[in-house]
Each structure stands twice: as structure tokens, then as C-alpha cells.
Ligand binder design. Structure first.
Ligand code: HAM
Length: 450
């Protein structure tokens, strides 16, 4: 996907830069725009709105925020996510300083587990219910809905193997989309069983697929040796046909794990969360055990995964904990959430307009306006003014562009009378307000009064 660009045609002298944002990244600007690949990039106000809805849902589910650095030791991610995964073997933005190797985080689960262990969060007592929103980095081939810097929001519930934690995580994930008005999503569900299940299933799958090796694509043939479970994700019809008779992971799952899975499903039924069971849903990260899930939407095209997650009871030990920390979480792509909002035709609130725009006429008025504006702001009003010394006409044009419901024009007469003409833009009505009453008047009229 080409990098994003936007041009203002406000004057014939269009500014340009030698530099462009890096391919697979994008700028979030005060106005929404369409990038060169035809994707609408939401405005910063829209991002802010969506983030505040996410925070609100997270708070209602009693989660607390965690923020971890955007770079981590390579070994944490390699061990946590898994050496053989696409993420670690192909998609890491890695760099070195001195003897230490770092990566820009490709996901947040392993970093959250690191922070949980490092800061002994288990000592806070009970289950730690954490959420995050922030950038992640994967050197994937950019396309619609797939970026090199993207943003995830997600949750991690650490310190419980209770199946209700699994159901609550899924319910929380669905609640975010519901709060934003998105429907028509499909939830797919599977269990990967406990530690040994994956290993024995991997062997069984390899044995089953080996005789078909010549019929597999180059990618799948390579995966057959290194990571045969990834072949289950194939989009090729012929490979899907071969897989129809392949062994199912559920046949390798212990009775306990099966019971855990059944209980998760019962809770989801109780919550009226509908799902499709998908025995081939293994997910692209190695830390999963037991419940895994993915939320997809047809509206997204090729990159149909809105969100995914699952249980990762063995990750803690993988990154050095002396004992397991049962945990479950999900993560979702913000960019794909915006695509789903667009596809559903859901409009988000834009930036708030200023309460008042104050235009100044002449040097003395400019000085008075400049300091008065700061007083009005200190009183709680959102106030705009011109910082370019432009003509009154240009200032009024700017006031209109900014959609301020009230405008004031201050010139020599107003200074002499110590009173301003306050114009309500919607009605065109104009009233005179003495300077010393101005703050209270504007606070009351704009609904900002205490
Ligand atoms: P994941 O499936 O790799 O899981 O990523 C979660 C979501 O992040 C995806 O469903 C997708 O919406 C978004 N995403 C991933 N890569 C990209 C990309 N290159 N561009 C845009 N969006 C992307 C995880 O990351 C796990 N940590 C989830 C988890 C949390 N499991 C347990 N806890």
C-alpha cells in the first residue's frame, strides 16, 4: 500500500516535503482523509472518541490500564510468541545497541506478562485484570487493514484458570464492538488443550499431511516441517480439501481440558454470545493453550480478523516464572475497527468546535483580545482567535470555518465603550455585553457555567 498523502489546495503555493511517512504507517490528522490505497484514515477526534468508548467499556468490566514500553528485549518476544511463528521469524523490527538486541513490540501479551512478573503484580491479590491501547509493529506486507505500525487494544486477565475468565474476556471484546454499533461479526472458538496436546497433534498432523507434500504450496511445504499447524489457516481450496479428513485437535484433548472448554461454552450460551466452533483455529502465536477465539467480519475483505485471543497458561514459565500463571486475553486492531465502522456507515463525532471566536480590529484591540482570550480560557471556555494579524474579513471566514457558535468583534469602539458585541451565529442575533460581564455571560450561554 502506498504511503498516505494529503494536499491542501487553499493557495496556489502548495507546500511539499522531501520526506513521506514510512510505507505501512500513516499519520492521524485533525481531519479524516483517504490514503493512496483508498482507505479512509479517521481524524484524531474520531480516534479519541473510539478510544474513550474502549476505556469506558474496560472500566465497566473493572479492568485497569497498563502501559508498557514499545520496545522490549528480543528474547522476551522470541520466547514468548515463539521462534517459529511468522511474527518472530519474519516480521520483527529488530535493532541492536551494544550487546543488547531489541524489538519494537509486535504484540502486547508477552510484555504484559513480563511486567506482571517483574513487578509482582500477583501480590496485589486476586485476578489482575489489565487493558491496553497502543501501537504495535510487524514488518508485514502492507495492504488494506494490514500495517507495519498498527494499534491494538486488548485485555489480559492474569492469575486465573476459571472458565468464567474466558467467557468474560470474550464478552468484553464483543461489548466494545457493540458499544460502537458494529454488528454482523462472527466469533470462532476452539480449544488447543493443555501443554502436550499441541505437540502430539503437531506430529499427527505432519504424519497425515506428509503423503500430500507434493500437492502443497511451497509455503505449506515449508510449514510442514517447521510449523504444520499454520497450514490449517490455508486459504487454498485444494489444501482445504486435503484438510477435510485431517485429524482434529479435539481428539487429542484431555478430559479435563474438554470439560474446561465445555464450561466456557456454557457460560457463553448463558451470555447469549453466539459462536461457531472451528477445529482448525490454532492462531499464529505459540503461547496458546485451551480456549482460542477469533472475531471476524466479512466487511473487512482479506484481512478479516477484527480481534483474536485465547488462554496462555504456559507463557509465564516460558519467560522465566518458576510457576505457571494461568491467563487469558484478547487483542484487536484499531485500524480494522475503523474499517468495520466505515463499512457499517457509522459516523463518529468530530472535534468539538470552539465556544467562541474573537476577532480583533487594530493593534490596541489585538492586544486586548490576546490577553482576554487567556482569561476566558482559564475560566473554562474553548476560545479561538487569529494568530496571523489578518483582515477582519479573513478572521470572520476563519470563525465560520471553525463553526464557533458565538463570535465577538473587538475594535476601537468596543474598547472605548468597554463592551463587546456578541453574535450568536445560528440566529444572527447580536447583544452588547460589558467587558466585566463577558466571562459569566459566555460561560452561561455555552453551557460551561459551574
Ligand atoms: P493477533 O491475532 O496477532 O493476536 O493480533 C490481534 C489483532 O491485531 C488482529 O486480529 C488484528 O485485528 C490486529 N493486527 C494484527 N496484525 C496487524 C497488522 N499488521 N495491521 C493491522 N492490524 C493488525 C495478538 O496479538 C495476541 N497478543 C492477542 C492476545 C492477547 N492473546 C492473548 N491476549
Amino acid at each position: 500500500m502506498p504511503s498516505s498523502s494529503r494536499v491542501f489546495f487553499q493557495s496556489s503555493r502548495v507546500l511539499v516535503s522531501t520526506f513521506q511517512n514510512i510505507k505501512g504507517t500513516f499519520d492521524i490528522l485533525p481531519d479524516a482523509y483517504t490514503d493512496d490505497g483508498g482507505t479512509r484514515i479517521a481524524s484524531s477526534a474520531e480516534w479519541h472518541h473510539v478510544e474513550s468508548v474502549i476505556r469506558d467499556v474496560m472500566a465497566r468490566f473493572n479492568l485497569e490500564e497498563i502501559r508498557t514500553p514499545i520496545f522490549e528485549p528480543t528474547a522476551l518476544i522470541a520466547r514468548g510468541v515463539g521462534q517459529l511463528t511468522d511474527i518472530v521469524s519474519k516480521e520483527m523490527f529488530a535493532f541492536e545497541r551494544g550487546d543488547t538486541q531489541y524489538v519494537l513490540r509486535p504484540e502486547v501479551t508477552a510484555p504484559v506478562m513480563r511486567a506482571y512478573l517483574q513487578h509482582h503484580l500477583e501480590q496485589r491479590g486476586g485476578v489482575q485484570k489489565l487493558f491496553y491501547i497502543g501501537p504495535c509493529f510487524r514488518a508485514e506486507q502492507p495492504q488494506k487493514g494490514r500495517y507495519r505500525q498498527f494499534h491494538q487494544f486488548g485485555s489480559e486477565l492474569l492469575g486465573t484458570d476459571d472458565p468464567r475468565a474466558d467467557a468474560e474476556t470474550i464478552a468484553l471484546m464483543m461489548a466494545v464492538y457493540r458499544a460502537l454499533g458494529i454488528q454482523n461479526m462472527e466469533l470462532r472458538l476452539n480449544t488447543l488443550g493443555s501443554a502436550g496436546t499441541r505437540d502430539s497433534y503437531r506430529t499427527a498432523l505432519r504424519d497425515y499431511l506428509a503423503p500430500y507434500a507434493d500437492e502443497l504450496s511451497d509455503t505449506s511445504r515449508r510449514r510442514l516441517e517447521r510449523n504444520p499447524l499454520r497450514i490449517l489457516d490455508t486459504k487454498r481450496a485444494h489444501e482445504q480439501k486435503i484438510l477435510q479428513e485431517a485429524p482434529r485437535i479435539l481428539d487429542f484433548v484431555s478430559d479435563d481440558a474438554r470439560a474446561h472448554y465445555a464450561t466456557v461454552k456454557t457460560y457463553l450460551d448463558d451470555l447469549d454470545v453466539s459462536y461457531t466452533e472451528d477445529p482448525f483455529l490454532v492462531r499464529g502465536l505459540d503461547y496458546y493453550t485451551h480456549t482460542t477465539f477469533e472475531l471476524t467480519s466479512d466487511a473487512l475483505g482479506a484481512q478479516s480478523a477484527l480481534a483474536g485471543g485465547g488462554r496462555y497458561d504456559l507463557l509465564a514459565e516460558e519467560v522465566g516464572s518458576p510457576r505457571p500463571v494461568p491467563a487469558i486475553g484478547f487483542a484487536a486492531g484499531m485500524e480494522r475497527l475503523f474499517l468495520a465502522l466505515d463499512a457499517a456507515g457509522i459516523d463518529l463525532p468530530g472535534a468539538a468546535a470552539p465556544d467562541v471566536f474573537i476577532a480583533a480590529l487594530g493593534d490596541a484591540a489585538e492586544r486586548w483580545v490576546f490577553s482576554t482570550v487567556q482569561d476566558l480560557r482559564a475560566a473554562g471556555l474553548h476560545v479561538a482567535l487569529d494568530l496571523k494579524g489578518r483582515s477582519l474579513k479573513a478572521q470572520m471566514k476563519e470563525a465560520n470555518r471553525q463553526n464557533a457558535p458565538y463570535t465577538l468583534i473587538i475594535g476601537g469602539n468596543e474598547l472605548a465603550d468597554e463592551a463587546a458585541q456578541v453574535k450568536e451565529m445560528a440566529s444572527g442575533e447580536q447583544v452588547e455585553v460589558a467587558f466585566d460581564k463577558l466571562t459569566d455571560y459566555l460561560l452561561a450561554r455555552t453551557g460551561n457555567a459551574a
